[in-house]
Structure formats: C-alpha cells, structure tokens
Design a protein around this ligand. Structure first.
Ligand code: SAJ
Length: 396
C-alpha cells in the first residue's frame, strides 16, 4: 500500500493515477475540509480529465483520511515555500511530514519526497531525522503542468533519485504502473538539482522574453513580430512575454538556488527580479494609457484575469494579485474561472464588468476572452498576453 501525504495539485492526481492503475492507495491530508470533500466524491480543483481519473480511482478503491498510515511506501507532496528574506527553501512542511511518518512507519519503509526541494535539502534536513532508522529516502520530483496535468502525469518522462539502484528500481516500478515516459534513476542530489533547474531554465527564459518586450516597446517595435521571425531560426525559441510570472513553481523554485548559492547565481537573481517587476511595469503602462485617453478614474479600468495563467482556476502568486497587492487601487476585476470573491471590485458577471469599464487590461489569455472578442467592441484594450486577434489597442 502507498500512503500519499498532501492531497494538493500534485499529490491528489498522483494518488488517483496510482489507484486507477491497480495500486492500493490511501491519501492523507491534514485539511479536514479537503478530505471531507474528496470523501463526498468531489474533486477539489478543476483540471482536464480529473473527474474521470477520480471516478477510475474510486473504482480502484482509493481512500482519503487525515491520519497517517503504517505502510511500506510513502509519497510526500507538500508545499515547499521559500523564506522571503534569505530566499532559501523553507522545508518545514516536508520535515513535519517525515517526522510524522517516522512515528508510524514500519522498518524498511521507503519515503519518497515528490515536493520540489533545493539540492542538498534531503541530506541536510531529512536524512538526520532518519538516523538510526531502517528507512530509505527517495526524491521523485514531478513535471506536470497545470492545464494538462492528467495527460502529462501519464506521458512525461520523470526522474527518481535514490541512494541505491535497488531502492530506485523498486520505486521506478511503482511509477511505471502508470507512467509511459522514460523513468531515469539517479542519485538524490542530482534529482533535486534537475527539478529546480528545469523551472529555473523556464524562469530565465521568460525573463528574457519580458526584457525583449520592454526593449521593443521603447523602440516602438512589435515584439510578437520579432519573436515570430526569430523563432523561425532552428535553434531559437523565445518564450512569450507577459504581465509577470505566477504559480507556485516558476516564481519560487529559482530563489532556492539564489538563497543557497548567491555568489554563483547573478543571472538567475536578475531574471527573477525582472519577472517580479513586470506587474509594476504593467501598472506604469496603464497609467500612461489612462493619461493618453483622458481616463481619470481608476475604477474605469478593468483587469481581466485573476489566475496565474490561462484556463486554470489557480490564483497562487498570480500577476494580477501581485499588481493589486502593490497597487491597491479601485480597479474592476473579472475572471471567468474564479467565481469566489477574492479581491475588491471583483465581478462575477462579464457584461456587468465590461459595462463598468473603459479600458480592459487582459492579464490572462483565457479561451473565454479569445472566443468572445466581439464583446470588447468600443473598449480600449491593453492585451498583455498577445492573445486577441483584432481588438487590442495596446500590446505589451
Ligand atoms: N509564462 C510566461 N511566458 C511563457 C510561459 C509562461 O509569462 O512563455 C508565465 C505563465 O503565464 C505563468 C508562469 O509563467 O504565470 C508559470 O507558468 P508555466 O506554464 O510556465 O509553468 P507552471 O508553473 O504552470 O508549471 C511549471 C512547469 N515547469 C516547466 O515547464 C519547466 C511544470 O512542468 C512543472 O511541473 C511545474 O512548474 C512544477 O510544479 O514545478
């Protein structure tokens, strides 16, 4: 049996995937409400294919509880935030989970850490907890992308870091129950480094795109045309500039490296700073547009999109929330994926939102706005994601 600890965006699909492929799984989360929701047969976030996967997992006997179980394999998927001052990883949730596992697990248990951790975290913070115990540690970071999680969970290749080939092989066999991609077995610290570097690579490349967008605006040039042409080169792939970087991974994980190795990471630190400042850049551009169009009342400016990217309902670290927290002004806000009220000035009705504003700032390129471009007729539009075909008055 496998006990999956932490039933969030990664732990839940992983537990469901295992259970729907014949593995006995119990999912544990300390959040009672979340466990009750799952036990009522409801998923806790929306994601393509998740409902069907849930149904399959229930048929496969998956169970949910707030209690840790005594079993031979644990998969830990709890958050790993960073300390905002030191930028170092804050491993408190992983440490707490492993401490609890150790109070209940049998000898010879394997504890698989899926949570993203900086290189050396398992050696520094987790291994000492296990001293004198016959348990094995493994790091099996995930690579799935919100918006396409279920497909990627099954098809992406993945990495397993273990102290011995035998333990690595044991865990590889478990993941290969559902994973059709190649599963590479390596050592723990290498696995830790690969995961953080994958997300850092993306952060740095997004920062490059954002810097290019600012440069093109300064030169009054079209960044999208420049990207389109450059990306025709067989070895160039410039990512999309945008209003900032959100989610729980790309704006977080690269800081672990800056925190632990400040003298070796000036490029990464600068890239993170560029991405973090994008919401402020958007704010400045909004102010300039207001002046140009004679809009004096900020409540006539509508921010479209609260989530961190298109077609997901996850708002963590979203550029819109970053902008609003730094500039708490009377903007109007609307997001078709978010029905609960999160910020002041938020609308749940699109028509009412549009009626209330003169300038619409597209912060997220949801399919919804792309499919309803005509509704924007008569508005000034600032398309920070370059998703509209005709309606945009201003681009990034
Ligand atoms: N973004 C841009 N321009 C781009 C791509 C993304 O501005 O060209 C922005 C998005 O709008 C969003 C943020 O970056 O605000 C992050 O979005 P994302 O789609 O790049 O990544 P996540 O956070 O949804 O998922 C990432 C993925 N990592 C990589 O692609 C290297 C995913 O594979 C990981 O599993 C996930 O982090 C994770 O959990 O670590």
């Amino acid at each position: 049996m496998i006990n999956v600890i932490g039933l969030g965006y990664i732990g839940l699909p992983t537990a469901l995937m295992l259970a729907s492929h014949g593995v006995e799984v119990i999912g544990t989360d300390y959040n009672q409400t979340l466990v009750e929701t799952l036990n009522r047969g409801q998923t806790t976030f929306s994601e393509e294919g998740l409902e069907q996967l849930f149904a399959d997992a229930l048929a496969g006997g998956v169970r949910f509880t707030t209690e840790y179980q005594s079993t031979e394999v644990y998969i830990v998927s709890v958050p790993t935030p960073y300390d905002e001052v030191s930028k170092k990883i804050d491993p408190c949730y992983v440490v707490a989970a492993v401490e609890k596992i150790l109070t209940i697990c049998p000898e010879d248990a394997v504890i698989v850490i899926e949570s993203t951790v900086s290189p050396g975290t398992i050696d520094r913070f987790i291994r000492p907890l296990c001293e004198g115990r016959q348990v094995s540690l493994v790091h099996a970071p995930e690579r799935i992308i919100p918006g396409n999680m279920v497909y990627e969970l099954e098809h992406n290749s993945r990495t397993i870091g273990a102290d011995s080939p035998a333990v690595g092989e044991r865990i590889r066999r478990i993941y290969s129950s559902f994973c059709k991609g190649e599963i590479v077995v390596t050592d723990i610290k290498t696995a830790e480094m690969t995961k953080v570097i994958e997300n850092t690579y993306r952060a740095v490349n997004i920062a490059f795109a954002n810097e290019l967008a600012k440069l093109c605006y300064y030169e009054n040039m079209d960044v999208e045309e420049i990207r389109r042409i450059c990306n025709m080169h067989p070895r160039v792939n410039i990512l999309a500039p945008g209003p900032g970087v959100g989610g729980h991974c790309i704006p977080v994980d690269p800081w672990f490296l800056v925190g632990d190795y400040p003298e070796h990471t000036p490029l990464i630190a600068k890239a993170m700073e560029i991405n973090e400042k994008m919401p402020d850049y958007i704010f400045k551009r909004i102010c300039a547009m207001m002046e140009e169009r004679g809009i004096t009342d900020l409540s006539r400016v509508g921010l479209y999109g609260l989530t961190y990217k298109e077609d997901v309902d996850d708002v963590r670290e979203s550029p819109t929330l970053q902008l609003l927290s730094r500039h708490p002004l009377p903007f109007r806000v609307y997001d078709p994926m978010v029905s609960r009220e999160l910020v002041k000035g938020q609308y749940t009705d699109y028509t009412a939102f549009l009626d209330a504003v003169d300038l619409v700032v597209v912060m997220v390129g949801h399919s919804h706005i792309r499919a309803n471009e005509a509704a924007l007729d008569g508005k000034w539009i600032f398309d920070t994601r370059n998703v509209l075909k005709n309606a945009a008055t201003y681009k990034l």
